[in-house]
Design a protein around this ligand. Structure first.
Ligand code: FAD
Length: 392
C-alpha cells in the first residue's frame, strides 16, 4: 500500500460553503482514516474481515451517533458534518462507513425516533461509546425491494411476543449485540423490535462468499420461536412507511460516502497520470486521459453541490425522501463511472491491491443495490415528477 496522500478536489471553492466546525469534523475524520484505515484495509478486504480493533477509535472521534443530543452520547453535529464524516469514512472503505452509518442512521436514530425513555437510556450511550454494536434487519431473502411482503412474523402473547423468520443481507449481523428488526402480524401491522443477542431463539450467520463489501461483516439474522419481552417493542404501525422512513438517514449517508469514493478514485488517478510514462511522456499529457480526468472532476463538482445542498435542507428539516433518493442514486452512479475510469487510467495496476480502486469499484456494486436499488430510486423520483406510481 502506498502512502495515503489524499486531498479532496475543490475546483469551485466548495470548502467555503462549510463552517469551521464542519471542516474540523471532516479533517479529523480524514486524518483518522489515513492513520488507522488505509494501512490495513486492503488486507482486511482480502481476508474478508472487519477490523474490529478500530471500533473504540471510531467512537472517540464521534463515529457513532454524532448527530444525537449530548444527553444520549452524541455530539449534536449538524447533518453536513455528519455527511462529511461519512464521505471520509467511505473514502477509507465502505466497511468503515457502513459500521458507523448502521449504528448511527439505522439503529440509534430509530431508537431516538421511536424508543421510549427506558429504551433510550438502556441503549443509546452504550451504542455511542461502541460498547455494543447494532444491526438493522428489514430485508429478507425473498423480499428486498418490497419489504412490505416480509415473511417474518410476530404474534402477541400474554407477556411476550413470539417471532419467527429471518433477515438476509444484514450489515454487522455477525458482530451485533443488538438488532432492530421488523416483523408483521396477521392483521398487517409492522412491528419494530430491539433484539438482544442473548435472547433464546436468536442466532446469526455470516455470509462469507461475497466479492463486494469484503471488509464489512454481512449476514443473516435468524429467529426461531424467539420469545421477546413486551419491553422490546420499539414501534408498531399498520404502514410500512414508518419502517422505511428509518432508511432516509442511511441513504443520505450513502450519498456522501459515494462522493468520498469518487474523490479518492479521482485523486489516485490524477497522481498516477502525473507519474506514469508511456511513449516517452507522462500519460497525463495524453488528451484521452485528460478527458477522463476532466469528466471525473466535473461530475464530482456537480455531486458536491447537490450533496451540500441536501445537507442544508436536512439541517433546515425541509428535505424530502425523494430528494434523498435522487442524491443517493446520482452519487452512486457518478462514483461507479469514476471508479471505472480511474481503473482504466491505472492500467493493469488498477486491478491490484497496491491501489484502492478495484476495492472501491466492487464495493460500489453493493451501493448500487442496497439502501434501495438504483431502479427503486428511479421509481421514487419518477413518481415524484409525474404523480404516477410505477412500482407495480
Ligand atoms: C452487502 C449488502 C448489505 C446489506 N445490508 C442490509 C442491512 O443492513 N439491512 C437490510 O435490511 N438490508 C440490507 N441489504 C439488503 C438490500 O437492501 C437489498 O439487497 C436491496 O433492497 C435489494 O433487494 P434484493 O437484493 O432482494 O433484490 P430484488 O428486490 O429481488 O431486486 C432484483 C432486481 O429487480 C429490480 N426490481 C425490483 N422491483 C422492481 C420494480 N418494481 N421495478 C423495476 N425493477 C425492480 C431491482 O432494482 C433489482 O435490479 C444489504 C444488501 C447487501 C448486498
Amino acid at each position: 500500500m502506498k502512502k495515503d496522500m489524499f486531498q479532496s478536489p475543490d475546483h469551485f471553492n466548495i470548502d467555503k460553503l462549510f463552517t469551521e466546525e464542519q471542516l474540523l469534523v471532516r479533517d479529523c475524520s480524514r486524518e483518522w482514516v489515513k492513520k488507522n484505515v488505509t494501512p490495513i484495509i486492503e488486507d482486511c478486504a482480502i481476508k474478508g474481515e472487519f477490523p474490529t480493533h478500530l471500533i473504540k477509535g471510531m467512537s472517540e472521534i464521534g463515529g457513532f451517533g454524532g448527530i444525537l443530543p449530548f444527553e444520549y452520547g452524541g455530539s449534536e453535529l449538524d447533518y453536513i458534518s455528519y455527511g462529511l464524516m461519512m464521505q471520509e469514512f467511505e473514502r477509507g472503505d465502505s466497511s468503515i462507513r457502513v459500521l458507523s452509518s448502521i449504528q448511527t442512521s439505522l439503529v440509534m436514530n430509530s431508537i431516538l425516533k421511536f424508543g421510549n425513555q427506558v429504551q433510550k437510556d438502556n441503549y443509546l450511550k452504550k451504542l455511542s461509546r461502541g460498547e455494543i454494536i447494532g444491526s438493522f434487519g428489514l430485508s429478507e431473502a425473498s423480499h428486498g425491494s418490497d419489504p412490505s411482503s416480509m415473511n417474518t412474523t410476530f404474534i402477541e402473547k400474554e407477556d411476550h411476543y413470539l417471532i419467527n423468520g429471518s433477515k438476509m443481507w444484514i450489515g454487522n449481523a455477525p458482530l451485533c449485540d443488538i438488532a432492530i428488526i421488523w416483523a408483521k402480524d396477521n392483521i398487517n401491522n409492522y412491528g419494530g423490535f430491539i433484539i438482544d443477542r442473548s435472547m433464546d431463539g436468536f442466532s446469526t450467520a455470516k455470509i462469507d462468499k461475497k466479492w463486494s463489501f469484503r471488509a464489512s461483516e454481512t449476514g443473516e439474522l435468524i429467529f426461531h420461536d424467539m420469545k421477546v419481552p413486551k419491553s422490546a417493542l420499539l414501534h408498531k404501525s399498520n404502514n410500512i412507511k414508518e419502517a422505511l422512513g428509518c432508511l432516509n438517514l442511511g441513504r443520505y449517508a450513502v450519498a456522501w460516502g459515494a462522493l468520498g469514493i469518487a474523490m479518492e478514485c479521482y485523486d489516485v488517478a490524477l497522481r498516477y497520470a502525473d507519474e506514469r510514462e508511456q511513449f516517452g511522456k507522462k500519460i497525463g499529457g495524453f488528451q484521452l486521459i485528460q478527458k477522463k480526468l476532466v469528466d471525473m472532476l466535473t461530475e464530482i463538482t456537480k455531486a458536491q453541490l447537490l450533496t451540500w445542498r441536501l445537507g442544508v435542507l436536512m439541517d433546515e428539516g425541509s428535505e424530502t425522501f425523494e430528494q434523498i433518493s435522487m442524491a443517493k442514486r446520482n452519487n452512486v452512479k457518478m462514483a461507479s463511472d469514476i471508479a471505472r475510469s480511474s481503473r482504466q487510467i491505472l492500467g493493469g495496476m488498477g486491478i491490484t491491491s497496491e491501489y484502492p480502486i478495484i476495492r472501491h469499484l466492487i464495493n460500489i456494486e453493493t451501493l448500487i443495490t442496497y439502501q434501495g436499488t438504483d431502479d427503486i430510486h428511479t421509481l421514487i423520483t419518477g413518481r415524484m415528477i409525474t404523480g404516477i406510481s410505477a412500482f407495480n
